[in-house]
Design a binder for this molecule. Sequence first.
Ligand SMILES: *Cc1c(COP(=O)(O)O)cnc(C)c1O
Length: 477
Amino acid sequence: MAEHMTPDEFRRAGHAVVDWIADYWATLGQRPVTSQDAPGAVAARLPAGPPEKGEPIEAVLADLDTLITPGLTHWQHPGFFGYFPANTSGPSVLGDLVSSGLGVQGMLWATGPACTELETAMLDWLADLLDLPARFRCAAAGGGVIQDSASSATLVATLAALHRASGGRWRDGGIDRRYRAYTSTQGHSSIEKAARIAGLGTDGVRPVEVDPRTLAMRPEALRAAIEADLAAGVVPAIVVATVGTTSTTAIDPLPEIGAICAEFGVWLHVDAAYAGAAAVCPELRWSHAGLEHADSYCFDPHKWLLTGFDCDAFWVADRGELIEALTVLPEYLRNAATESGAVIDYRDWQVPLGRRFRALKLWFVLRWYGVEGLRAHIRSGVALAARFADRVRADDRFELAAAHPFALVCFRLRGDDEVNAELLARVNATGRVHLTHTRVEGRYTLRLAVGSPQTTEEHVDEAWGLLTDAAHTLLPH
Ligand SMILES: *Cc1c(COP(=O)(O)O)cnc(C)c1O
């Protein structure tokens, strides 16, 4: 046991692990969605240190069942409706397993050519699948890359935007004056984090007002903010527009925002972390109208496209600017392929140097499901959300709090914040479903996001049944 695992031992243990995952998926619906453990309970179940002598994998698998899974929120559970989905799938797990087995570092083309070239091809496939503007394709001046998350995509876009806004001075001299990022009041928290990391600070992000009816950015407010900043000597660097905000899936008006960015020469990044996956369906592509104005765009296949975390697909219209902003070439990485200029070195497209072979899981997913299978998954989520929203609409005690263009429904009881918080607590306490909340125009609002591949009408109807049961005891009648 103190020896390295031989290929034959790996084969045996590997089959057992795959069986364990298959059993986990098959029994998911019978588990409580969230853990009943108190803080510290999982840690208290663990031994104080590693074993002196190695142990067989069977012993670890047994402990997974007793120590670990009771302390989990089961994100793949058919009753998981919280946050946004972070779904995975069989083909994704298998692709990731191959990536782990290969253990390739794809930092340079030269350190594993297939790792780079499959990724470029997959991002071009995805660009076709979503019908993204031609300029994002590698055959044009753009190109796509896998980032770990939409947060990293926003950071990298911010850095490239600063490079452009400073005429290249940011790269060598750092921040030489005040630069600003703009996003709506509904923009994701990663935008503020990116601004801090980039050296702009939290004050370097200007929140732009939204239309209270649609919760989408008001273009006139963006223009006014940019003009006021220019007058004050602040340089507008980047606008982050959102297709499908985290709180309610509001959609910023890209055509108007794009025109303003073009007029003032400001980088436009479009964050479609969750909702981008919807564009695999032609009937949902209206949500991406105006994307041809964007300098960069991202969405997370790891949210709603059956590819396990981490997989954010990020595209730029001009890869030259991005590479110029981020490239550093030390002697120990010099090689003939890089010097020839004929290859992509993805280390120049991201913050870390090293990178995993993540294109494999995308390749497995795209081939297993095909375009038809992916569209069916998105359509099923949209239809289940619509079914739930119909129930809400038909019940006088409830109201919808926002539009539901995708598979998220925001709703509440016609009552105060306390009653709605109590409603959420009660349905979640059943262990059958897990919903989360947000605030819409200051009011406590429940969110039901559909996206797990195992979720069916039965699960959505069960959630509705639990909500109406709880409403019955909460409201005077
Ligand atoms: C989820 C989300 C993010 C962050 O996604 P990660 O990939 O987890 O970093 C960013 N923007 C929006 C709009 C999101 O919904």
